[in-house]
Write a protein that binds this ligand. Structure first.
Ligand code: GTP
Length: 430
């Protein structure tokens, strides 16, 4: 099985900041608090689109950042939530968290969705902090940061297009020029893709997987030398590209080759002859080819779809690829062998559980600074507006409640020592 993979980075939107504002009404000199909450940041959602066949699109874009929520507004107006953010993936995509190695989802069905990064909650406006003791707080929260993640997308590839033809007609040459024709392809990770399967990118932005099916000839239908994986490729193949050496090299007769290969295809139980077939007349750069092609056309009749190319001099490739992509769009998937259907029924269920992390951790730098780290405390830190005294006081209270003060004391912290959280340093007060 060929496995294609790509690493991407996703960042959900941060929540919008809450606002500090007060009512200013006629005849009400000191109106109460009226700062609205920030809107929620948008999630990053992966969604299956059956129109996609490969991970090719991720070659151009690997960073996905969702919108943040709007900041809260006066008169208790809520900031708008971030617009939804969807990243489309082909069916069969497995999503893995790069950091933990955990499989987050197996996305198989059209329309299936998975939230891979949660948007941050909007910060609360000062209205929400009003209490009888403090009816007009000068305090608001910043938005919660959106989750970010490094993901690995994996796609098991089966060939959409099967390339058949006698040895030496130019199948490998064609695959090598159409699946590596653009220099950008080099940066795409074909880690485990073997050279006889290529991902082809058409000029108009479509892509498909094309495999050389060399084993077809030489009595392969009798089961000689064909592995199960290989059969699965043939089964899935929706379009057959039948390549013929039109130069008639070494006394070969193109028409005879053509009928022989079709006879081979017929002998499989896989109804290969029912699939749409494109005949590719290759080696059209050679002198005899033109005449041979005319003759061949007379022999096969007008209903056969023939596209002349030269794989070596790269002539006629764009029309060929367009034709293949068009045919793929209009050809339904073939029914699978029973065995595979059964296999697909055994759905794997992944339960994703966030690891219960310790609320915080304290370490010491060489210069004696106490360093506090941890998801919860860092989140609270980011949601604090340090330009406002009340927010800072609230943050200190939070440190006490979380037991961080006590823990620092246990570690030997004394008044005047420096404590750092993220980039913020403050003085420890006994
Ligand atoms: N003149 C010319 N030669 C070609 C063209 N395409 C392929 N060839 C040559 O034909 C020979 C066989 O090409 P391959 O691509 O290896 O053929 P294949 O069908 O993959 O052959 P097998 O691997 O044996 O199945 C090579 O020497 C190629 O350079 C073409 O368009 N024009």
């Amino acid at each position: 099985m060929f496995v294609d993979n790509v690493n991407i980075y996703v960042k959900a939107g941060d929540g919008g900041d809450g606002m500090v504002a007060y009512r200013r009404e006629k005849y009400v000199p000191n109106g109460g608090p009226a700062g609205g909450d920030g809107g929620n940041g948008s999630d990053v959602v992966l969604k299956v689109d059956e129109g996609l066949r490969t991970l090719m699109d991720f070659r151009y874009q690997r960073h996905f950042k969702a919108d943040r929520g709007e900041n809260g507004r006066p008169k208790n107006q809520h900031g708008k939530n971030g617009k939804g953010f969807i990243v489309r993936v082909p069916p069969g995509t497995t999503v893995i968290d790069e950091t933990t190695g955990q499989t987050l989802a197996d996305l198989t069905d059209h329309g299936q969705e998975k939230v891979v990064a949660k948007g941050g909650r909007g910060g609360r406006g000062n209205t929400r902090f009003a209490t009888p003791a403090n009816p007009a707080p000068e305090l608001a929260e910043n938005g919660e940061p959106g989750q970010e993640r490094n993901l690995k997308l994996e796609l098991k590839l089966l060939a959409d297009v099967g390339l058949v033809g006698f040895p030496s007609v130019g199948k490998s040459t064609l695959l090598s020029v159409v699946s590596a024709a653009k220099p950008k392809t080099a940066s795409y990770h074909f880690t485990t893709i073997k050279p006889n399967l290529g991902i082809v990118d058409t000029e108009d932005g479509r892509s498909f997987a094309m495999a050389d099916l060399p084993g077809l000839i030489e009595g392969a239908h009798e089961g000689v030398g064909l592995g199960h994986q290989f059969l699965r490729h043939i089964e899935r193949t929706r379009v057959i590209v039948h390549m013929i050496d039109m130069s008639g090299f070494e006394g070969r007769d193109p028409y005879e080759d053509y009928t022989k290969i079709n006879q081979e295809l017929e002998q499989y139980d896989l109804r290969l002859m029912e699939r749409p077939q494109i005949v590719v007349a290759n080696k059209m750069d050679l002198p005899e080819a033109e005449d041979q092609l005319e003759f061949f056309k007379e022999q096969v009749g007008e209903e056969v779809d023939i596209i002349p190319i030269s794989a070596v001099s790269k002539q006629g490739l764009a029309p060929l690829l367009r034709r293949i992509a068009d045919l793929l769009e209009t050809t339904p998937e073939f029914p699978l062998l029973q065995e595979e259907e059964e296999q697909e029924d055994q759905r794997v269920v992944y339960r994703y559980e966030e690891k219960q992390e310790k609320p915080f951790h304290i370490s010491r730098d060489d210069d004696g600074t106490f360093v506090v780290t941890g998801g919860e405390i860092e989140r609270v830190f980011k949601m604090t507006d340090f330009t406002r005294e009340e927010s800072v006081r609230r943050f200190s209270r939070k440190l006490r409640h979380m037991g961080i003060d006590d823990a620092l004391r246990d570690r030997g912290a004394q008044g005047g020592d420096t404590v750092r959280i993220l980039k913020y340093e403050f003085e420890f007060v006994e």
